[in-house]
Design a protein around this ligand. Structure first.
Ligand code: FAD
Ligand code: SIN
Length: 537
């Protein structure tokens, strides 16, 4: 079965919803999520959205902080574009109905690592959920947006799926996407003149991560298979402070806690407060950029043979903690940790994919009519390390840029006839009866990436990881071509593609920069260059 839309947006996080709501209601839009409408990392985001909203601050400061945090690998044109559009994005969100925290009638701005000023707009410590709830309501009100939940995109439809070979266009084009219904496993095509990838990052490629299960790098893998360049995949950001507790799956302890005075300590000895170690590593202490803090924690954990360090908030009043961090306070309390009296056990986890599908500042990829926005994309904003709270910002600014570009292109030539496309080949109906192969490969992949391609890397470790991933790829590809595909298998295959891209990009970089630290190349090279991977097909 095939349905035709003007625009198909794959992913309903902040990037996808911002784009959908910024398009005129005359367009027929399909908004697809493999989970619920409110989903993805966007729903989990805590700290907030960075923007210059205060007379004491200015765009140059925000640009400089972003460029410095990114170890000078960010692209200044992209940084300036996104940062100068930030205040408008905050106003747009407020116009949609988001109620950010205020103090004395002004927006309350919090602070995070790497920021020279307070500039993080937030809703308590659950900014993402608050924003997503409002935008989901606006989406549901729009008759032109059809929401497909529990629908997983399998692959993009490109020229190779066109029935009429003679109509093949010179440049590669995208015509929509094949989508599997998670309940029935039926695969249908959703055709559209414009397709937008907004599928988020690939954090699930690592065993320990702050990311929700949906972050299996599907968009990056689909774009790569379709022929798009993928940039800077070696720069996986590890958040320094995930809650370390056996019953806390992927729970983040926001950087805003350090922004408000949180202290990182080693475990206490003889009842004394543990050593405050961050100043042994960087003069900015707990507010150094994330790559430095995560590496320092990793170093201290390995040196001292410990599984976690501690974030100490006990010097701050209980009422302040309850008021500013209600979500984190409640989660800690649920697990028996009273953060007003006990330091919080924390350890680093994979958090953000700085690299992704190459786009320009209109969100266009290498394939005609295919756009990418949000964490799936590489715009040049983050360089070798993302500045805290710049990601949600990028989602809104770039979601709006794509909407603008689609509007301009469609205005020039509104007439569009959907080509005749090949239906998904459903001949593979042999049920996948060896689920153990999928769960085993999934665990083996994530463990290998954690052990060998983590915070500290070396040539040997990358080689070991490469060998394991090649083997897994062979097995999974054989399975994929023989049996009926399932959502787990789709995600595993995509994770393997992302793992390969990360390992190969890391092997190309013969220096240490930002989030990529190699024991074999400890120095930073004088010239900062991106790692651009081009598919062979
Ligand atoms: P996501 O929000 O991840 O959404 C992806 C969407 O794509 C989901 O709807 C998912 O269902 C869908 N999808 C994925 N694959 C498929 C497929 N194959 N088929 C169909 N649908 C698919 N950044 C900040 O700037 N500030 C913060 O405070 C902050 N806090 C964070 C806290 C946590 C715990 C985490 C994990 C991240 C945080 N980040 C923060 C990062 C930020 O939240 C994300 O980078 C951002 O939300 C990504 O938005 P997105 O729309 O690109 O993707
Ligand atoms: C956090 O709240 O620490 C996360 C912020 C971010 O990832 O930008």
């Amino acid at each position: 079965m095939s349905q035709v839309f003007d625009v198909v947006i794959i992913g309903s996080g902040l990037a996808g919803m911002s784009c959908a709501l910024s398009l005129d209601s005359k367009y027929k839009i399909a908004l697809i999520s493999k989970g619920q409408l409110i989903s993805g990392s966007s729903d989990q985001a805590q700290g907030g959205i960075s923007a210059v909203m205060d007379d004491e601050d200015n765009f140059d400061n925000h640009v400089r902080d972003t460029f410095v945090a990114g170890a000078e690998l960010g692209e200044l044109e992209a940084i300036k574009y996104i940062i100068t559009h930030a205040p408008n994005s905050i106003e747009w969100l407020m116009a949609q109905g988001v109620r950010f925290n205020t103090e004395n009638g002004e927006l309350h701005l919090t602070r995070e690592g790497g920021h020279s000023h307070r500039r993080v707009v937030h809703v308590d410590d659950f900014t993402g959920h608050a924003v997503q709830t409002v935008l989901a309501q606006r989406v549901r009100e729009r008759a032109n947006i059809q929401v497909f939940e529990n629908s997983i995109a399998v692959d993009l439809i490109t020229d190779k799926h066109k029935r009429l070979i003679e109509q093949k266009s010179k440049d590669a084009r995208c015509y929509g996407v094949y989508v599997q219904n998670r309940a029935t496993h039926q695969i249908d095509s959703i055709q559209a003149r414009f397709s937008v990838l907004a599928t988020g990052g690939a954090g699930k490629v690592y065993k320990v991560t702050t990311n929700p299960d949906s972050n299996s790098g599907d968009g990056i893998a689909m774009a790569w298979r379709a022929g798009c360049r993928v940039v800077n995949m070696e720069f996986m950001q590890f958040h320094p402070t995930c809650l370390y507790h056996p019953h806390a799956k992927s729970f983040l302890i926001s950087e805003a806690l350090r922004g408000e005075g949180g202290i990182l300590r080693l475990p206490s000895k003889d009842g004394q407060a543990g050593h405050r170690f961050m100043f042994d590593h960087d003069e900015r202490g707990e507010l150094a950029p994330r790559d430095i803090v995560a590496r320092a924690i990793d170093f201290e954990m390995k040196k001292n043979g410990i599984d976690c360090v501690y974030l100490d908030m006990t010097h701050l009043p209980e009422a302040f903690l309850r008021e500013h961090f209600p979500n984190i306070y409640a989660k800690c309390a649920e697990l028996g940790i009273d953060m007003a009296r006990q330091p919080i056990p924390v350890a680093p986890g994979a958090h953000y994919t700085c690299g992704g599908v190459a786009t320009d500042l209109a969100g266009r990829t290498d394939i005609q009519n295919l756009y990418a926005i949000g964490e799936v994309s590489y715009t040049g904003l983050h360089g070798a390390n993302r500045l805290a709270s710049n990601s949600l910002l990028e989602c809104v600014v770039m979601g709006q840029s794509v909407a603008q570009n689609i509007t301009q292109v469609a205005a020039k030539n509104f007439k569009y006839e959907a080509p005749e496309l090949l239906e998904w080949d459903a001949s593979r109906v042999i049920p996948a009866d060896e689920a153990v192969m999928i769960t085993h490969s999934w665990d083996a992949l994530r463990q290998a990436m954690w052990n060998y391609v983590g915070i500290v890397r070396s040539n040997k470790r990358l080689e070991w990881a490469g060998k394991r991933v090649r083997l897994l790829k062979e097995e999974v590809n054989a399975y994929y071509t023989q049996y009926q595909i399932t959502p787990d298998l789709i995600e595993l295959r995509n994770l393997i593609t992302c793992a390969e891209l990360i390992i190969n990009s890391a092997r190309f970089r013969h220096e240490s920069r930002g989030l990529h630290y190699s024991l074999d190349y400890k120095r930073e090279l004088p010239k900062a260059l991106p790692t651009i991977m081009t598919p062979k097909n």
